[in-house]
Design a protein around this ligand. Structure first.
Ligand SMILES: NC(=O)c1ccc[n+]([C@@H]2O[C@H](COP(=O)([O-])OP(=O)(O)OC[C@H]3O[C@@H](n4cnc5c(N)ncnc54)[C@H](O)[C@@H]3O)[C@@H](O)[C@H]2O)c1
Length: 334
Protein backbone atom coordinates (compact mmCIF):
# COMPACT_ATOMS: atom_id res chain seq x y z
CA UNK A 1 0.00 0.00 0.00
CA UNK A 2 1.61 3.28 -1.11
CA UNK A 3 0.85 6.13 1.26
CA UNK A 4 0.51 9.37 -0.65
CA UNK A 5 0.76 13.04 0.38
CA UNK A 6 -1.59 14.89 -1.95
CA UNK A 7 -0.69 18.54 -2.46
CA UNK A 8 -3.64 20.60 -3.71
CA UNK A 9 -7.33 20.08 -3.12
CA UNK A 10 -8.76 22.17 -5.97
CA UNK A 11 -10.54 21.01 -9.11
CA UNK A 12 -8.00 18.38 -10.23
CA UNK A 13 -6.85 17.60 -6.66
CA UNK A 14 -10.38 16.48 -5.76
CA UNK A 15 -10.49 14.19 -8.79
CA UNK A 16 -7.08 12.67 -7.99
CA UNK A 17 -8.14 12.17 -4.35
CA UNK A 18 -11.15 10.09 -5.43
CA UNK A 19 -9.04 8.03 -7.81
CA UNK A 20 -6.28 7.39 -5.26
CA UNK A 21 -8.98 6.43 -2.76
CA UNK A 22 -10.55 4.00 -5.24
CA UNK A 23 -7.22 2.34 -6.12
CA UNK A 24 -6.55 -0.66 -3.82
CA UNK A 25 -2.75 -0.18 -3.99
CA UNK A 26 -2.51 3.36 -2.62
CA UNK A 27 -4.22 5.77 -0.30
CA UNK A 28 -4.27 9.50 0.56
CA UNK A 29 -2.33 9.65 3.82
CA UNK A 30 -1.98 13.44 3.99
CA UNK A 31 -3.71 16.29 2.20
CA UNK A 32 -2.25 19.80 2.06
CA UNK A 33 -3.85 22.94 0.61
CA UNK A 34 -3.66 26.58 1.71
CA UNK A 35 -7.44 26.46 1.49
CA UNK A 36 -8.18 24.54 4.68
CA UNK A 37 -11.83 23.97 3.79
CA UNK A 38 -10.85 22.22 0.56
CA UNK A 39 -8.31 20.08 2.43
CA UNK A 40 -10.86 19.13 5.10
CA UNK A 41 -13.35 18.10 2.41
CA UNK A 42 -10.87 15.60 0.96
CA UNK A 43 -9.86 14.44 4.45
CA UNK A 44 -13.54 13.76 5.19
CA UNK A 45 -13.92 11.71 2.01
CA UNK A 46 -10.69 9.70 2.22
CA UNK A 47 -9.72 9.55 5.91
CA UNK A 48 -6.49 11.46 5.15
CA UNK A 49 -4.82 13.67 7.75
CA UNK A 50 -4.78 17.40 7.05
CA UNK A 51 -1.18 18.67 6.93
CA UNK A 52 -0.31 22.03 8.46
CA UNK A 53 2.57 22.78 6.07
CA UNK A 54 4.08 21.30 2.89
CA UNK A 55 6.97 19.89 4.97
CA UNK A 56 4.53 18.31 7.44
CA UNK A 57 3.07 16.27 4.57
CA UNK A 58 6.14 15.61 2.43
CA UNK A 59 8.62 14.75 5.22
CA UNK A 60 6.25 12.57 7.24
CA UNK A 61 7.64 9.08 7.94
CA UNK A 62 4.18 7.84 7.15
CA UNK A 63 4.33 9.04 3.51
CA UNK A 64 5.91 7.08 0.62
CA UNK A 65 5.16 9.29 -2.40
CA UNK A 66 4.10 12.85 -3.27
CA UNK A 67 1.26 13.75 -5.64
CA UNK A 68 1.33 17.43 -6.69
CA UNK A 69 -2.01 18.80 -7.92
CA UNK A 70 -1.79 22.31 -6.47
CA UNK A 71 -1.57 25.59 -8.42
CA UNK A 72 1.24 25.71 -11.00
CA UNK A 73 3.54 28.19 -9.15
CA UNK A 74 3.88 25.64 -6.28
CA UNK A 75 5.09 22.72 -8.42
CA UNK A 76 8.85 23.37 -8.43
CA UNK A 77 8.93 24.06 -4.67
CA UNK A 78 7.06 20.82 -3.90
CA UNK A 79 9.12 18.75 -6.37
CA UNK A 80 12.28 20.06 -4.70
CA UNK A 81 11.02 19.19 -1.20
CA UNK A 82 9.97 15.71 -2.36
CA UNK A 83 13.31 15.02 -4.03
CA UNK A 84 15.16 16.18 -0.89
CA UNK A 85 13.04 13.65 1.03
CA UNK A 86 13.90 10.96 -1.61
CA UNK A 87 10.21 10.30 -2.36
CA UNK A 88 8.79 9.53 -5.84
CA UNK A 89 6.77 12.39 -7.33
CA UNK A 90 3.75 12.75 -9.54
CA UNK A 91 3.38 16.38 -10.69
CA UNK A 92 0.58 17.91 -12.71
CA UNK A 93 1.43 19.81 -15.89
CA UNK A 94 2.98 22.30 -16.45
CA UNK A 95 6.11 21.92 -14.28
CA UNK A 96 6.25 25.72 -14.20
CA UNK A 97 5.59 28.61 -16.60
CA UNK A 98 9.20 29.80 -16.48
CA UNK A 99 11.83 27.75 -18.31
CA UNK A 100 14.71 29.14 -16.18
CA UNK A 101 12.96 27.86 -13.04
CA UNK A 102 12.40 24.47 -14.71
CA UNK A 103 16.07 24.28 -15.74
CA UNK A 104 17.22 25.15 -12.20
CA UNK A 105 15.01 22.36 -10.86
CA UNK A 106 16.35 20.02 -13.55
CA UNK A 107 19.92 20.72 -12.36
CA UNK A 108 18.91 20.09 -8.76
CA UNK A 109 17.21 16.73 -9.43
CA UNK A 110 19.83 15.51 -11.93
CA UNK A 111 21.83 13.17 -9.69
CA UNK A 112 19.21 12.52 -7.01
CA UNK A 113 17.74 9.41 -8.62
CA UNK A 114 14.16 10.16 -7.58
CA UNK A 115 11.51 9.25 -10.19
CA UNK A 116 9.22 12.11 -11.30
CA UNK A 117 6.15 11.49 -13.46
CA UNK A 118 4.51 14.51 -15.15
CA UNK A 119 0.71 14.66 -15.59
CA UNK A 120 0.31 14.47 -19.35
CA UNK A 121 -2.73 12.24 -18.98
CA UNK A 122 -3.61 12.12 -22.67
CA UNK A 123 -0.74 9.70 -23.30
CA UNK A 124 -2.70 7.15 -21.26
CA UNK A 125 -5.95 7.48 -23.21
CA UNK A 126 -6.58 4.08 -24.81
CA UNK A 127 -7.67 5.59 -28.16
CA UNK A 128 -4.87 8.17 -28.49
CA UNK A 129 -2.36 5.46 -27.50
CA UNK A 130 -3.58 3.33 -30.46
CA UNK A 131 -2.70 6.23 -32.79
CA UNK A 132 0.83 6.16 -31.41
CA UNK A 133 1.12 2.39 -31.88
CA UNK A 134 -0.20 2.59 -35.46
CA UNK A 135 2.23 5.41 -36.26
CA UNK A 136 5.24 3.59 -34.80
CA UNK A 137 4.67 0.01 -36.03
CA UNK A 138 4.20 0.78 -39.73
CA UNK A 139 0.45 0.03 -39.62
CA UNK A 140 -0.22 3.26 -41.55
CA UNK A 141 3.13 3.13 -43.38
CA UNK A 142 5.39 6.15 -43.16
CA UNK A 143 3.78 8.83 -41.00
CA UNK A 144 3.29 12.03 -43.04
CA UNK A 145 0.65 14.18 -41.32
CA UNK A 146 -0.46 14.41 -37.68
CA UNK A 147 -3.53 16.49 -36.87
CA UNK A 148 -4.63 17.26 -33.32
CA UNK A 149 -7.91 19.03 -32.57
CA UNK A 150 -8.39 20.11 -28.96
CA UNK A 151 -11.21 22.49 -28.09
CA UNK A 152 -12.70 23.21 -24.67
CA UNK A 153 -16.48 23.42 -24.21
CA UNK A 154 -16.38 26.92 -22.68
CA UNK A 155 -13.78 29.50 -21.63
CA UNK A 156 -12.67 29.56 -17.98
CA UNK A 157 -13.20 32.58 -15.70
CA UNK A 158 -10.87 35.56 -15.52
CA UNK A 159 -9.17 34.44 -12.29
CA UNK A 160 -8.11 31.18 -13.92
CA UNK A 161 -6.92 33.01 -17.03
CA UNK A 162 -4.84 35.48 -15.00
CA UNK A 163 -2.86 32.62 -13.42
CA UNK A 164 -2.82 30.14 -16.32
CA UNK A 165 0.26 31.55 -18.08
CA UNK A 166 -1.26 31.86 -21.56
CA UNK A 167 -3.14 29.58 -23.91
CA UNK A 168 -0.05 27.77 -25.27
CA UNK A 169 1.47 27.04 -21.83
CA UNK A 170 -1.82 26.09 -20.21
CA UNK A 171 -3.76 24.24 -22.92
CA UNK A 172 -1.73 23.64 -26.08
CA UNK A 173 0.99 22.18 -23.84
CA UNK A 174 -1.04 18.91 -23.74
CA UNK A 175 -1.04 18.82 -27.56
CA UNK A 176 2.69 19.54 -27.75
CA UNK A 177 3.26 16.57 -25.47
CA UNK A 178 0.86 14.35 -27.41
CA UNK A 179 2.65 15.28 -30.67
CA UNK A 180 6.01 14.34 -29.14
CA UNK A 181 4.52 11.09 -27.76
CA UNK A 182 3.16 10.01 -31.15
CA UNK A 183 6.33 11.03 -33.03
CA UNK A 184 8.52 8.93 -30.68
CA UNK A 185 12.21 9.43 -31.51
CA UNK A 186 11.56 11.94 -34.28
CA UNK A 187 12.06 15.39 -32.71
CA UNK A 188 10.06 18.50 -33.64
CA UNK A 189 12.37 21.04 -35.29
CA UNK A 190 10.24 23.97 -36.44
CA UNK A 191 7.06 25.74 -35.35
CA UNK A 192 4.76 28.41 -36.73
CA UNK A 193 1.89 29.67 -34.55
CA UNK A 194 -1.14 31.91 -34.90
CA UNK A 195 -3.48 32.99 -32.13
CA UNK A 196 -6.66 35.06 -32.04
CA UNK A 197 -9.08 36.54 -29.50
CA UNK A 198 -12.43 35.48 -30.98
CA UNK A 199 -14.37 33.93 -28.11
CA UNK A 200 -13.82 35.26 -24.62
CA UNK A 201 -13.95 38.86 -23.35
CA UNK A 202 -12.03 37.69 -20.28
CA UNK A 203 -9.21 36.38 -22.49
CA UNK A 204 -9.03 39.79 -24.19
CA UNK A 205 -8.90 41.56 -20.82
CA UNK A 206 -5.84 39.55 -19.73
CA UNK A 207 -4.21 39.74 -23.18
CA UNK A 208 -4.54 36.00 -23.80
CA UNK A 209 -5.68 34.12 -26.90
CA UNK A 210 -8.64 31.76 -27.10
CA UNK A 211 -8.27 30.41 -30.64
CA UNK A 212 -5.08 29.02 -32.16
CA UNK A 213 -3.61 27.17 -35.10
CA UNK A 214 -0.07 25.85 -35.16
CA UNK A 215 2.02 23.99 -37.71
CA UNK A 216 5.20 22.12 -36.78
CA UNK A 217 7.73 20.03 -38.73
CA UNK A 218 9.68 17.08 -37.39
CA UNK A 219 13.24 16.10 -38.30
CA UNK A 220 11.94 13.24 -40.48
CA UNK A 221 9.59 15.65 -42.28
CA UNK A 222 6.28 14.84 -40.56
CA UNK A 223 3.96 17.87 -40.68
CA UNK A 224 1.97 18.39 -37.48
CA UNK A 225 -1.07 20.59 -37.10
CA UNK A 226 -2.70 21.59 -33.79
CA UNK A 227 -5.89 23.62 -33.54
CA UNK A 228 -7.35 24.88 -30.25
CA UNK A 229 -10.38 26.82 -29.12
CA UNK A 230 -11.67 27.78 -25.68
CA UNK A 231 -15.26 27.34 -26.92
CA UNK A 232 -16.91 24.41 -28.70
CA UNK A 233 -20.71 24.57 -28.34
CA UNK A 234 -21.04 20.80 -28.86
CA UNK A 235 -18.69 19.87 -25.97
CA UNK A 236 -15.06 18.91 -25.36
CA UNK A 237 -13.69 18.20 -28.84
CA UNK A 238 -10.69 15.85 -28.70
CA UNK A 239 -9.55 14.23 -31.95
CA UNK A 240 -6.24 12.89 -33.20
CA UNK A 241 -5.58 11.84 -36.79
CA UNK A 242 -2.39 10.26 -38.13
CA UNK A 243 -2.07 9.95 -41.90
CA UNK A 244 0.60 7.85 -43.59
CA UNK A 245 1.64 6.16 -46.83
CA UNK A 246 -0.54 3.09 -46.12
CA UNK A 247 -3.59 4.69 -44.52
CA UNK A 248 -4.92 6.68 -41.64
CA UNK A 249 -5.94 6.18 -38.02
CA UNK A 250 -8.31 8.49 -36.14
CA UNK A 251 -8.97 8.70 -32.42
CA UNK A 252 -12.41 10.24 -32.45
CA UNK A 253 -14.67 12.01 -29.98
CA UNK A 254 -16.47 9.80 -27.49
CA UNK A 255 -20.16 10.40 -27.04
CA UNK A 256 -22.16 9.75 -23.87
CA UNK A 257 -23.72 6.64 -25.45
CA UNK A 258 -23.33 4.81 -28.74
CA UNK A 259 -26.94 5.55 -29.78
CA UNK A 260 -27.50 7.05 -33.25
CA UNK A 261 -30.79 8.73 -34.18
CA UNK A 262 -32.27 9.09 -37.69
CA UNK A 263 -35.13 11.41 -38.62
CA UNK A 264 -36.42 13.72 -41.39
CA UNK A 265 -34.10 16.43 -40.12
CA UNK A 266 -30.89 14.46 -39.57
CA UNK A 267 -29.13 11.12 -39.86
CA UNK A 268 -26.45 9.57 -37.65
CA UNK A 269 -27.36 12.04 -34.90
CA UNK A 270 -25.51 11.14 -31.66
CA UNK A 271 -25.52 12.15 -28.00
CA UNK A 272 -23.25 15.07 -27.04
CA UNK A 273 -19.53 14.38 -26.69
CA UNK A 274 -18.26 13.77 -23.18
CA UNK A 275 -18.41 17.12 -21.50
CA UNK A 276 -14.96 18.07 -20.20
CA UNK A 277 -11.58 16.64 -19.27
CA UNK A 278 -12.67 14.87 -16.08
CA UNK A 279 -15.35 12.92 -17.98
CA UNK A 280 -13.51 12.44 -21.29
CA UNK A 281 -10.20 11.36 -19.79
CA UNK A 282 -11.45 9.41 -16.77
CA UNK A 283 -9.87 6.17 -18.03
CA UNK A 284 -6.60 8.00 -18.84
CA UNK A 285 -6.36 9.54 -15.34
CA UNK A 286 -6.95 6.12 -13.77
CA UNK A 287 -4.33 4.45 -15.97
CA UNK A 288 -1.91 7.32 -15.26
CA UNK A 289 -2.27 6.63 -11.52
CA UNK A 290 -1.85 2.87 -12.04
CA UNK A 291 1.38 3.59 -13.97
CA UNK A 292 2.61 5.79 -11.10
CA UNK A 293 1.94 3.02 -8.58
CA UNK A 294 3.59 0.42 -10.85
CA UNK A 295 6.61 2.70 -11.34
CA UNK A 296 7.13 2.83 -7.57
CA UNK A 297 6.45 -0.86 -6.93
CA UNK A 298 8.63 -2.11 -9.81
CA UNK A 299 11.31 0.58 -9.51
CA UNK A 300 10.94 1.53 -13.20
CA UNK A 301 11.39 4.77 -15.13
CA UNK A 302 8.42 7.18 -15.33
CA UNK A 303 6.36 6.85 -18.52
CA UNK A 304 6.22 10.68 -18.75
CA UNK A 305 9.46 12.22 -17.52
CA UNK A 306 10.49 15.62 -16.14
CA UNK A 307 12.28 16.13 -19.47
CA UNK A 308 8.98 15.53 -21.32
CA UNK A 309 7.44 18.30 -19.19
CA UNK A 310 10.39 20.59 -19.93
CA UNK A 311 10.25 19.96 -23.70
CA UNK A 312 6.52 20.69 -23.88
CA UNK A 313 7.21 24.07 -22.21
CA UNK A 314 10.05 24.77 -24.69
CA UNK A 315 7.56 24.17 -27.54
CA UNK A 316 5.02 26.50 -25.89
CA UNK A 317 7.67 29.22 -25.54
CA UNK A 318 8.71 28.76 -29.19
CA UNK A 319 5.04 29.06 -30.20
CA UNK A 320 4.90 32.47 -28.48
CA UNK A 321 8.12 33.51 -30.20
CA UNK A 322 6.56 32.62 -33.56
CA UNK A 323 3.26 34.32 -32.73
CA UNK A 324 5.01 37.54 -31.66
CA UNK A 325 7.53 37.67 -34.51
CA UNK A 326 5.31 36.30 -37.27
CA UNK A 327 8.18 33.96 -38.20
CA UNK A 328 8.87 30.23 -38.26
CA UNK A 329 10.94 29.37 -35.16
CA UNK A 330 13.62 26.67 -34.85
CA UNK A 331 13.27 24.50 -31.76
CA UNK A 332 16.24 24.05 -29.44
CA UNK A 333 15.69 21.46 -26.69
CA UNK A 334 19.19 21.89 -25.19
N1 LIG B 1 -3.72 17.16 -16.48
C1 LIG B 1 -4.85 17.79 -16.58
O1 LIG B 1 -5.74 17.39 -17.31
C2 LIG B 1 -5.11 19.01 -15.73
C3 LIG B 1 -6.41 19.52 -15.65
C4 LIG B 1 -6.62 20.63 -14.82
C5 LIG B 1 -5.58 21.21 -14.12
N2 LIG B 1 -4.33 20.69 -14.25
C6 LIG B 1 -3.19 21.30 -13.51
O2 LIG B 1 -3.39 21.03 -12.13
C7 LIG B 1 -3.00 22.15 -11.33
C8 LIG B 1 -4.19 22.61 -10.47
O3 LIG B 1 -5.24 23.00 -11.34
P1 LIG B 1 -6.76 23.11 -10.83
O4 LIG B 1 -7.58 23.24 -12.08
O5 LIG B 1 -7.07 22.04 -9.86
O6 LIG B 1 -6.71 24.52 -10.11
P2 LIG B 1 -7.54 24.99 -8.80
O7 LIG B 1 -7.34 26.46 -8.76
O8 LIG B 1 -8.91 24.43 -8.83
O9 LIG B 1 -6.77 24.30 -7.59
C9 LIG B 1 -5.50 24.68 -7.17
C10 LIG B 1 -5.40 24.43 -5.68
O10 LIG B 1 -4.06 24.75 -5.27
C11 LIG B 1 -4.18 25.36 -4.00
N3 LIG B 1 -2.97 26.12 -3.69
C12 LIG B 1 -2.59 27.33 -4.15
N4 LIG B 1 -1.41 27.69 -3.60
C13 LIG B 1 -1.05 26.67 -2.77
C14 LIG B 1 0.06 26.44 -1.93
N5 LIG B 1 1.05 27.33 -1.81
N6 LIG B 1 0.10 25.28 -1.25
C15 LIG B 1 -0.89 24.35 -1.35
N7 LIG B 1 -1.97 24.52 -2.13
C16 LIG B 1 -2.04 25.66 -2.84
C17 LIG B 1 -5.41 26.24 -4.09
O11 LIG B 1 -5.90 26.61 -2.82
C18 LIG B 1 -6.35 25.33 -4.86
O12 LIG B 1 -7.14 24.54 -4.02
C19 LIG B 1 -2.49 23.21 -12.31
O13 LIG B 1 -1.10 23.09 -12.42
C20 LIG B 1 -3.14 22.82 -13.64
O14 LIG B 1 -2.37 23.21 -14.77
C21 LIG B 1 -4.08 19.61 -15.01
Amino acid sequence: MIKIALMGAGRIGKMHASMIDANPNCRVQYIYDINLEFAKEIAGQTGAKVATSPEDAINSNDVDAIFIASATPTHVEFITLAVKAQKPVFCEKPIDLNIEKVDECRNFIKDKNVPIQIGFNRRFDNSHAKVKVASQNNEIGKLELLIITSRDPAPPGIDYLKAAGGFFRDTTIHDFDLSRFILGNDPIEKISAFGEQLVSEDSKKVGDHDTAMLVMRSKAGVLIHINNSRRAVYGYDQRVEAFGSKGMIISNNQTQSSVERFSEESTFSKDPVQFFFIERYEQAYKTQLEEFVAMINNNTEPKVSFEDGRRALILANAAYESLNSGKVVDINFE
